[in-house]
Design a protein. Structure first.
Length: 699
């Protein structure tokens, strides 16, 4: 079962693209439009000859601006009127003619329509309506209204709403477009006591309208053969497709009977040669047939409401299925004035709003508080919906009438459905309860899914987002960059000021981090300082650690040169060893070696990292002098410039690379030593190794 929505709209008369093949444009037409020009003066360009700037084209002037006359634009650009020249477009010609007959039926002037596909490929549509007017048109002397309708774009009787109240026809182009794109088209009108006839070829009349014979009949018949120059020589009407389109129309207007007839020589499949479509229950009939064989959760909720005051009507049929419809969870088919609207619109929105409101009210009434969760999406997500509206002056989006945008359609539908649906629910409480519970469950599922997604998204962005306290370096590339993990916020502040912004990042750690040697993995994760650390490094701990994820080339632990600082450093080393030993083994981890003493005399300044170093400096640089000796209590005490010079600047600092003992068994010992009870021991260990490791340092 896949999710709902766009599916081939079976009801719009076989508009599925699957059986439509592109029809090649005939060569004769293409050649006529663009005669091959002699090319002698225009030699073939070679790569060596640079293209000269185009010469001003003296032939492009007012005379190049064409105004297409009559129906010429239709033949020139059929795509604008019928959406292309493929099989779908070809069948659209039939839809236009059938729409006109339907409009006559919906206006209550026609009771029956006859559709026929003949052996010679002509299709005809006849209705018993008023008949196309044949009297001379006041604006076009010498031409009948019929001829104007067939040969002039934007001519029609559906603009004012006087002759037709709620028609699918809107633009006054349909019949003339069909005429323009037909090799031959014959119109017969029965009215005013006579049968009238006029014939056309490619949009041009083959003679004036003729009065054929007296007749008591009423109505119109159009018989036509699509033009091979437009659609290609292999294009032809498909009986099955015409059959589907015809039947679909019959469901949409219960007052009409449609008779289908097809020459047996045209039929290559199961399409019946003769049939009669009449559906007194309209859309309910359609939906019943559509869901035959599928397991429905409810009965069909259907109805029809006609507006008395204003012309307009709404008809609908809705059913819910927990098992889905074929391979869809839901479907919606909507129509306005019998025109399919595959892209939906205001009528669909109005229906969903009405159903949702009633269901919520019902939930309230029965004391189910979870009704508040229901949205229109939940209601429609497992429903099969057919809705058809008839309104005056419908507004469609675009030329193709694929989406209804009239806002009054939403109100009309919502109002029309409210009471009937309330009654339907209260009329059979058992069914209503079943439906309500089903939809509430879907709503809860939807909420849970959304929550899961949010959690996923949150953790995904957390991975990308760096901890707030991190002052990152600006260089994107890891190469040449360093992350200083600094003890305490105040030292962090000095480090931020003393750093090289481009390559050095600072992450202050507050307080003592967890004693990781004994911590469980869960506890490690919970420690926010440590998880910040992982985020800053860009790597994941454990098996997911990847060297290439490391965001910095060097990770430098910078703690106070005292016992506490040594403890924190040892905790961090242990943490890195436990969670990402590869980083330690690869030599990415360093210790900064901040000085303990500052020795100065006049302008001469030296820094000593411990007592023996101090003695060394005294002997070497201050012989016979009495220098001022200051002892740093912590990194935070240093001026940013001092911190930079002594500890951070690659030109003047000393770093100790953290290395692992060569024997892997010793590692546990190392950790034990680092974490041992006596702080002095740990401190010495680090100092010793710092001494040792300081040899392969950068300078
Ligand atoms: N079967 C018919 N019976 C009576 N009048 C018709 C019939 N077919 C067409 N007409 C008249 O011809 C006019 C022009 O039809 P056409 O299909 O060109 O335009 P339309 O239906 O008004 O609008 P659209 O271009 O949207 O189809 C119609 O408005 C109607 O007055
Ligand atoms: Mg029309
Ligand atoms: Mg017209």
């Amino acid at each position: 079962m896949t999710s709902s929505t766009p599916q081939p709209n079976l009801f719009n008369g076989g508009e599925e693209p699957k059986d439509s093949q592109p029809v090649p444009e005939t060569s004769s037409r293409a050649e006529k439009r663009q005669p091959a020009k002699p090319v002698a003066s225009n030699p073939v360009k070679t790569p060596e000859t640079p293209t000269p700037p185009p010469a001003p084209d003296s032939t492009y002037g007012a005379s190049s601006i064409e105004v297409l006359e009559g129906l010429e634009p239709v033949r020139m650009r059929p795509g604008m009127y019928i959406g292309g020249t493929d099989e779908k477009a070809l069948h659209h010609l039939f839809a236009e003619v059938l729409d006109n007959a339907m409009d006559e039926a919906v206006a209550n002037h026609a009771k029956a329509i006859w559709v026929e596909l003949d052996a010679d490929g002509y299709v005809s549509v006849r209705d018993d309506g008023r008949g196309i007017p044949v009297d001379p048109h006041p604006k076009y002397p010498g031409k009948s209204a019929l001829e104007v309708i067939m040969t002039v774009l934007h001519s029609g009787g559906k603009f004012s709403g006087k002759a037709y109240a709620t028609s699918g026809g809107l633009h006054g182009v349909g019949a003339s477009v069909v005429n323009a794109l037909s090799e031959r088209l014959e119109v017969t009108a029965w009215r005013d006591g006579f049968e009238w006839q006029q014939n056309f070829a490619r949009g041009h009349s083959l003679g004036p309208i003729e009065q054929i014979q007296p007749s008591k009949k009423r109505g119109t018949k159009m018989r036509f053969l699509p033009d091979v120059e437009i659609f290609g020589s292999t294009a032809h009407f498909k009986p099955a497709r015409l059959y589907r389109m015809t039947k679909a129309k019959a469901y949409l207007f219960r007052g009409v009977q449609i008779f289908w007839k097809c020459a047996t020589s045209q039929i290559t499949d199961q399409t019946p040669p003769e049939d009669k479509f009449y559906f007194p229950n309209g859309l309910a009939d359609y939906l019943a047939e559509r869901i035959k064989g599928t397991e429905a959760l409810t009965d069909i909720f259907s109805g029809r409401v006609e507006r008395k005051d204003d012309a307009g009507a709404v008809e609908w049929a809705v059913v819910w299925s927990g098992a889905g419809f074929d391979d869809h969870d839901s479907f919606v088919q909507s129509y306005c004035n019998t025109i399919p609207t595959p892209d939906g619109g205001t009528h669909e929105a109005g229906l969903r709003a009405a159903l949702t409101r009633s269901l919520k009210t019902y939930a309230e009434m029965t004391g189910d508080k979870r009704g508040g969760l229901i949205t229109a999406e939940d209601v429609a997500a497992y429903a099969g919906i057919v809705i058809s509206v008839f309104i005056r002056n419908p507004e469609f989006q675009g030329q193709t009438k694929d989406r209804l945008s009239s806002s009054d359609a939403a109100r009309l539908v919502e109002r029309a459905l409210a009471d009937p649906f309330d009654h339907w629910l209260t009329g059979s409480p058992k069914q209503a309860e079943k439906l309500l519970q089903y939809i509430i469950e879907r709503a809860e599922e939807r909420l849970k899914k959304r929550k899961d997604k949010e959690v996923q998204r949150a953790s995904a962005t957390r991975k990308l987002r760096l901890p707030g306290k991190l002052a990152d370096c600006s260089r994107q590339d890891a190469i040449g960059t360093e992350l200083f993990i600094v003890e305490g916020d105040s030292a962090g502040g000095s480090a931020k000021q003393g750093r090289n912004r481009n390559t050095q990042a600072i992450l202050p750690l507050r307080g003592k981090i967890l004693n990781v040697a004994s911590a469980t993995v869960d506890k490690l994760r919970q420690n926010s300082e440590l998880s910040d650390l992982g985020l800053a490094l860009g790597v994941q701990p454990g098996a997911k650690f990847k060297e290439e994820d490391l965001r910095y080339e060097r990770i430098i632990i910078m703690t106070d040169a005292d016992v506490d600082g040594a403890h924190i450093a040892s905790l961090l080393i242990t943490f890195f060893y436990r969670t990402m030993p590869a980083m330690v083994r690869n030599g990415n981890l360093y210790l900064a070696l901040p000085p303990l003493y500052r020795l100065s005399h006049g302008k001469e300044v030296h820094y000593a990292k411990d007592d023996s170093h101090r003695a060394e400096i005294l002997a070497k640089h201050f012989k016979g002098k009495k220098p001022e000796i200051g002892r740093f209590k912590g990194l935070g005490e240093m001026m940013p410039a001092q911190l930079k010079e002594t500890t951070m600047d690659p030109k003047t600092r000393t770093l100790a690379r953290v290395t692992l003992p060569h024997e892997e068994e010793d590692i546990e010992d190392l950790v034990e030593t680092l974490m041992g009870r006596k702080p002095e021991l740990r401190y010495r260990y680090i100092q010793d190794h710092a001494e040792f490791a300081a040899e392969d340092l950068d300078v």
